[in-house]
Design a protein around this ligand. Sequence first.
Ligand code: FE2
Length: 196
Amino acid sequence: MKKTEDLFIVALKEIKYIWSRNQILSKFVSLPEDLKLDNIKNNQINATTKLASWIESDDASNKKIHKIISSLSFHVKWENGYTEKDVNNNFLNNYGFFELIGPTGHFKTSEMALYVNYLDKNTLYPLHNHEAEELYFIISGQAKFENNNEDYEILTSNKTRFHKSFEPHAITTDNKQLLSFVIWKNKFEKVSKIIK
Ligand SMILES: [Fe+2]
């Protein structure tokens, strides 16, 4: 088995490769050159085992990154971001993210943030917003993305979606899980609020 540190290095290498091939990602924000792996204590939430047991991507082009991210699941610092006051228990059991790159991430930088987001099947991530501009990149699975207007879109592997600063957005999964990168730039203090 590979050492934990090697898993992180392999993940970063693959992310750099994905950036080099995807102009939507690279035009949104550049990956800093000098990313250093920090020693951050890992933890577990419900999403940890769910992602660790979801090994195979449904998309051939993202098989490699999906497998690497899944193998990192027990080595990262998982967060929920919300409390029961804001969201229901089903959401907290089915959602989780970790900051792979960012100000408090496994790879430290103050220039941008890259979170790995996991959402289980049959889950609503209610309408929320934040100051940071945001780009979603779907690694695997499928979900409906909507804002507070009428229009919505179903996103699958390799699709992206941009959210402006403070633009409300909600995500709903049906019979598939969702694994995505969530990239923040400009004002990426970790403050995301549910809109009631
Ligand atoms: Fe967001």
